[in-house]
Design a protein around this ligand. Sequence first.
Ligand code: BGC
Length: 425
Amino acid sequence: MNFPKGFSWGTATAAHQVEGGNSNSDCWLLEHVTPTPFAEPSGDACDQYHRYREDIAMLAQLGFNSYRFSIEWARVEPAPGEFSAAALEHYRRVLAACHEHRIAPMVTLHHFTSPRWIAARGGWEAAPTADLFARYCERVARELGDLIASACTINELNSVQMLQTSGLIAPDEKIAGSRWRAAAARAAGVEPENFSAFPFCCRSICREVILSAHRQGAQALRAGRGKFPVGMTIAMEEIVAEPGGEALRDVALEAERPFLEAARADDFIGVQTYTRERFGANGRLGPAPGAELTLMGYEFRPQSLVAAIRRAAAAAPGIPIIVTESGIAATDDSRRVAFVQAALEGVLGCIRDGIEVRGYYYWSMLDNFEWIFGYRPTFGLIAVDRATQRRIVRPSAEYLGRIARANVLEAVGSAPDRNQALATN
Ligand code: BGC
């Protein structure tokens, strides 16, 4: 039940989902146009922009040794070529707070949001975005690299392909012609064909731009101050063919392949898994009949992580794996505990089979802004009172924190003093 020495135990967040007030981003713009694809605006989120010290101290106290968060491009480069010394200084303070608490900071340079001006120049459908992303990475590494423990370039850089395959976002034609895209373009003062926000971009166009941004961004991060591992993170569900669904399963696997191949040049692969995707002859089948569902409507299936880790390991042999996201949106916290335990059993199994898995980051530290779904789905190990911003530690946070501190998987129910807390939450 022991994890390897030096294993990273963390929680993950993204700037737009927790910081609050990310008003120079494309996402904020999309949240405020009519019609909008968002259920509600992000607003103050969890106000982590101001509360990071307390949040980081809380993680350390719980037993974690790492924290994955993102640096917000829209803050660091508010206008083309104009870098904000104050924003960079802010992230320097966040990084320093991590070190103060012996928390290794894993930073993500792009977690879904971009500056508005990038979206208004064609976003991830425009080739120059890759160079602009690399220039931003270069500046971050130059200013902050000495404090970074590890870096992910782009969060789920395959998500446009993945979300479209799974039907969660509309296909290219619908996105290109959508009313909210037109409304956002109007607000940004450009023609609809010039406005594109990640991950609502046309997949047929954005793939090469994103892959090039990753390659160039990684190179810029490696060339800067400090020496730290650099990788991408990939959205990887367990992909299953029910009878007749083999061809569609293969389409989904094929969509992922170029990204995993690109990861062969990296220092690690960040695997992010939530559930499984079942294909039948006529398309996606959705959750298996009778299956337990999470608040996202996904099948409760922590063991999907094993399939994803094995697929990544097979596609990029020898490249270490870090589980950069694994988690569940649930109202009953005991289901979160069960999910984490089962996911970690899977990780241990992979390690026993010789796959180098170096860390596990639970998504998410806090209940936060779940993109188009707003604040309804609660993924947090820590609940947030939206009126007061008070943090409420859930038993699952203590459970995973104890595992992190001991570096040993604890079976649910084996700490008798905790059983009551689990039952009463
Ligand atoms: C994303 C997160 C998101 C989570 C839960 C991942 O795809 O990286 O930003 O909140 O899934 O849906």
